[in-house]
Design a protein. Structure first.
Ligand SMILES: Nc1ncnc2c1ncn2[C@@H]1O[C@H](COP(=O)(O)OP(=O)(O)OP(=O)(O)O)[C@@H](O)[C@H]1O
Ligand SMILES: [Mg+2]
Length: 506
């Protein structure tokens, strides 16, 4: 007796079709799963057996062999329960085998035969669509699968409901695609207007948003750095439909989708500085995506930057450049997207008050140099905007908030981004933002006028700008020009861009 159908294995964002073959032969009673199963897959046997018994189905007490092919791909996770159970149902002729051929099945079984939610349903559904197949998944994941387009979806709550569907006793209605509600609900939306004073810092935040530049904020405790960073997603344009699908896919693989709803707001991730390397860049037992991938197309906020482990910070360098992260495993390399905008915040020294003579500790200014040296030059070099945030004055704090709202700023940001997109598209480039322009392209689009060039030269000599630092200034100038809708880069753009170069950071 034989049953077969398809399921999937995940390798990063790549989805691989796995053939499940179930054979029942005579011989000594055994239930074997072969084809590189991990512990969770091996445990499927117990869950499947228990689910059969809870349904009162006679379990074949014979020799059962489940083969998961191709054999050289590691099978990980609990989503193999459902395909194994269905294969067994086909082999025992409870279900007709041919109806299963049109589907990819995945789901975890609980002991009482309910189907529990699993990660990775959206990428699996997209994969099924590309094969011209439908998908069978737990009910809780149906809304997620529905985003894969017009494919047949069966999302039962229990194994019994699925059996009844195939027998024509009870019809399963197709699930509706589900969307996430507005990020935080009314009254809790983080608005730029809440920030009093700090006009220079707010301007830098807008520049970062407009050109997609990475941003470092340096300032004493309580100056509003964390507050500012949390408001960056609110001034970025909303995700495009294809970006939303990309972001949702990574969250689905990480098992972090809220009830399978499509994510439409830009991610904002703020891992604690004690986060481990796998938590930060991805990896661990099942090569899960890390914070930098969960921040894909959004903002990664590293508060108290020097407190992060040096290895963790260095591991950011490659993804910052390439927009993806490659995790090496024993038998494969796994790639996740990680195109995030980095916002980092730090105090100038451990006590935080090195620039305030009255409050600085006795080790100033030595401690500032020590503290800041924890961050390597190459990492600093990948951050276009360095900004000093001053303490909020008492006067500003006592005044009512009268600044611009996030909505107003977001509109300007969108205009500046549209200009960049049109320019790079006309040039036939794949990049969309100034932050990703470099080399000759930068010379072509952002060479300043004569006055600007003279200022830049003077500054380069005076501040000993490195080649990278020089490029950073030009890149930011281009964004400043775009924010005004100006064609060329002028002296005033260079002057402002120079103000965002490293200040007190050694
Ligand atoms: N410009 C401001 N306008 C209104 N409130 C502010 C401002 N700056 C700071 N605050 C208030 O101070 C609190 C602390 O700010 P925040 O946590 O952003 O400071 P921080 O610079 O991140 O400090 P730390 O270095 O200690 O992390 C905020 O929750 C907010 O209530
Ligand atoms: Mg803070």
């Amino acid at each position: 007796m034989f049953g077969r159908l398809s399921t999937v294995a995940f390798q990063g964002v790549d989805v691989i079709t796995i053939d499940v073959q179930v054979q029942i032969i005579s011989g000594q009673h055994a239930f074997m799963v072969v084809g590189l199963p991990d512990k969770a897959v091996a445990e499927s046997r117990e869950r499947v057996r228990s689910a059969f018994e809870s349904l009162g189905l006679s379990f074949p007490w014979r020799r059962i062999v489940v083969n998961l092919a191709p054999a050289d791909v590691q099978k990980e996770g609990s989503h193999y329960d459902l395909p194994i159970a269905l294969g067994l149902l086909a082999a025992t002729k409870v279900l007709p085998g041919d109806v299963l051929e049109d589907y990819i099945a995945l789901g975890e079984l609980s002991l009482d035969s309910r189907l529990a939610p699993i990660s990775g349903v959206l990428p699996a559904a997209l994969h099924a669509a590309s094969l011209g197949k439908g998908i069978i998944c737990p009910k809780a994941c149906g809304g997620e699968a529905a985003w894969a387009g017009d494919i047949p979806i069966l999302a039962p709550a229990t194994l019994l409901a699925l059996i009844n569907h195939f027998k024509g006793v009870q019809v399963l209605s197709p699930p509706e695609p589900m969307m996430e509600e507005a990020a935080l609900g009314p009254g809790r939306v983080l608005d730029l207007r809440d920030i009093k004073g700090q006009e220079t810092a707010k301007r830098a935040l807008e520049v970062a948003a407009s050109g997609g530049h990475n941003l470092l904020m340096l300032g004493p405790p309580g100056s509003g750095k964390s507050m500012m960073a949390a408001r960056l997603p609110g001034i970025l344009p909303p995700l495009t439909p294809s970006e939303a699908l990309d972001v949702t896919m990574v969250h689905s693989l990480a098992g972090q989708l809220n009830e399978g709803k499509l994510i439409r707001t830009r991610p904002f991730r703020d891992p604690h500085h004690s986060a481990s390397m796998p938590a930060l860049v991805g990896g661990g037992l099942r090569a899960q995506p890390g914070e930098i991938s969960l921040a894909h197309k959004g903002v990664l906020f590293l508060d108290e930057l020097p407190e992060f482990s040096r290895a963790g910070l260095e591991a950011l360098r490659q993804p910052l450049e390439s927009g993806k992260v490659v995790i090496s495993r024993a038998n494969a390399h796994v790639t996740y997207p990680s195109q995030f905008q980095l916002v980092a915040a730090m105090n100038p020294c451990r006590c935080g008050y090195v620039s305030d003579a009255d409050r600085a500790c006795s080790r100033a200014p030595r401690c500032a140099a020590d503290y800041q040296s924890k961050i390597s030059g190459p990492l600093f070099d990948r951050i276009d905007l360095h900004m000093e945030v001053a303490e909020v004055s008492a006067e500003d704090l006592t005044k009512p908030a009268t600044g611009e709202t996030s909505a107003v700023v977001a509109e300007r940001v969108k205009r500046a981004r549209d200009l960049q997109e049109a320019r790079y598209q006309a040039l036939g480039m794949s990049i969309r933002l100034n932050a990703h322009a470099d080399g000759e392209l930068l010379d072509e689009i952002a060479t300043p006028d004569e006055e600007g060039l003279a200022l830049l030269k003077k500054a380069a000599e005076r501040f000993k700008l490195s080649a990278r630092g020089y490029r950073r200034v030009i890149r930011v100038s281009r964004t400043l020009a775009d924010m005004e809708g100006a064609d060329g880069v002028l002296k005033r753009h260079i002057a402002e861009a120079l103000s965002y170069r490293r200040l007190h950071v050694k």
